[in-house]
Design a protein around this ligand. Structure first.
Ligand code: AHR
Length: 498
């Protein structure tokens, strides 16, 4: 099979916000305790954070990390997590049926984020709490000094304000599983009143309103419209969340699921723009895809989980080669709308549906999905260009006309590099691709990175952590303004020209 692409410098979709490559740490399972933080571990630093994990996260160049939830935030009293650690209260976490020790809270997390060089994307509790507590929290975090909450922070050893810039107004408030679940009107009203107070405390912040917790929710689209009707002029982003799985073991259909993500993004943009029209607003609403990933492997194990333990091994998906391909396709899906999707958070970062795994008191390693995420984060900075693609297509159980070739192009003018991210969805055959890059005279192929494996179910584990790793492909050739390359069957590819 053969495919063709045309790449043109003028076909600009939009500037890629580096925050598209964000991630997420929730107080759930072993994400915090036993993940980023394990004081007894031989590699722990003076604050108890695991240096091996920090080093792996640095490889990913994560610009922003959402915290502290997720479902957890909807029952969280942030005051429980500040002040002397010895005095902190243990609480039942009703979201995950676990015990929260509160050893790590807002200040420790801010210090950790600093170590990995990331911004914090804070979430406030709009489940059991409301505008007043959100106002107190932002005053504690962002106000310099001279008031009760800001001086309390200083007395806790954090003289300088954290200045968290991006804040989520609750989490998945449309879901019945959410602590303090609300109707769209109830949430919209609470969100706008919270937004007002928070921006009065710190007008420099940006706010994310909760969209639907997935495109499959019965209230999807109507929820977005109603919430934005209440909040449009007071918030900056609406959130999107999605997780895909391959429960029926149908790889061709599974790999096509990013088409659902494409449609989801387009539908939310359309709903935002409808509200812009209705309000005669000059403002363009942006999208925060602040939870996305593959999630299904751990579902059965989680049903057996004992309740009320500390940091149980919960939602720990062990990812396969094919999962890495879908993750690559999902990144491409966001790059295709880089003009509107400004924040993305791979959910999550360590142990819990994560690119990085740890053994308690043991090693840490990279899952298969680590690689497409890392490549995109490192090489996917610049502007997203819209390629014209002619690709063979196939039909699967749920999707028609699925292109075998999925691709996004990133041009970085400053470093004069052109990066082609490409997935070959074909289960059986390599794909020959011709890319017209005649505007990029003088460029040469810097490298062609390939992630593939003869077994689509291959995984990286504690005993075999390097089974799926990228390799260097030698076959790409640039001749007379045309790149000739071959993408192996079921592969993720990064072709860098410069
Ligand atoms: O990321 C895991 C969970 O998925 C989050 O807590 C919740 O927001 C979503 O349902």
């Amino acid at each position: 099979p053969k495919a063709k692409m045309i790449v043109d410098k003028e076909f600009v979709i939009g500037a890629i916000d580096p925050r598209l490559y964000g991630s997420f740490i929730e107080h759930v399972g072993r994400a915090v305790y036993g993940g980023i933080y394990e004081p007894g571990h031989p590699d722990a630093d003076e604050q108890g954070f695991r240096k091996d994990v920090t080093a792996l996260i640095k490889e990913l160049s994560v610009p922003i990390v959402r915290y502290p939830g997720g479902n957890f935030v909807s029952g969280y009293n942030w005051e429980d997590g500040v002040g002397p650690v010895a005095e902190r209260k243990r609480r039942l976490d009703l979201a995950w049926a676990a015990v929260e020790t509160n050893e790590v809270g807002t200040n420790e997390f801010a210090a950790w984020a600093n170590k990995i060089g990331a911004e914090v994307m804070m979430a406030v509790n709009l489940g059991t709490r409301g505008p007043a507590e959100a106002r107190d929290l932002i005053e504690y975090c962002n106000h310099p000094k001279g008031t009760y909450w800001s001086d309390l922070r200083r007395s806790h050893g954090y003289e300088a304000p954290h200045n968290f810039k991006v804040w989520c107004l609750g989490n998945e408030m449309d879901g019945t599983w959410q602590i303090g679940h609300k109707t769209a009107d109830e949430y919209g009203r609470t969100a706008v009143e919270t937004a007002k107070l928070m921006k009065w405390v710190d007008p420099t912040i940006e706010l994310v309103a909760c969209g639907s917790s997935s495109r499959g929710m019965p209230t999807f689209a109507e929820w977005e419209a109603t919430v934005l009707d209440h909040t449009y002029e007071h918030v900056d982003y609406i959130s999107l969340h999605t997780y895909y799985g391959n429960r029926s073991n149908d790889t061709a259909n599974f790999l096509a699921k990013s088409l659902d993500m494409d449609d989801y993004i387009h539908s939310v943009i359309a709903t935002c723009d409808y509200m812009k029209a209705k309000k005669r607003s000059k403002k363009q609403m942006m999208l925060s895809f602040d939870e996305w990933n593959v999630w299904y492997h751990s579902a059965a194990a989680d049903k057996q989980l004992e309740r009320w333990t500390i940091a149980p091994a919960q939602i720990e998906d062990i990812y396969t080669m094919e999962d890495a391909l879908l993750v690559g396709c999902m990144i491409i899906s966001m790059l295709k709308r880089a003009d509107r999707v400004k924040i993305g958070c791979l959910a999550q970062l360590v142990n819990v549906i994560a690119p990085i795994m740890t053994a308690n008191n043991g090693a840490s390693w990279r899952q298969t999905i680590f690689y497409p995420y890392m490549h995109a984060s490192i090489y996917g900075r610049g502007v997203s260009l819209k390629p014209v693609i002619r690709s063979p297509k196939y039909d699967s159980k749920e999707y028609t006309d699925v292109p075998t070739l999925e691709s996004a192009i990133v041009f970085n003018e400053e470093s004069e590099t052109l990066t082609i991210f490409a997935v070959n969805r074909d289960l059986a055959d390599d794909l020959d691709v011709e890319v017209d890059v005649r505007q990029f005279a003088g460029y040469r192929v810097v490298e062609h990175i390939i992630l593939d494996n003869p077994d689509p179910k291959a995984r990286n584990t504690l005993s075999d952590p390097l089974r799926v790793t990228p390799r260097s492909g030698g076959g790409s050739e640039l001749k007379d303004g045309c790149l000739h390359t071959r993408l192996p069957k079921l592969s993720w590819n990064v072709i860098r020209l410069g």
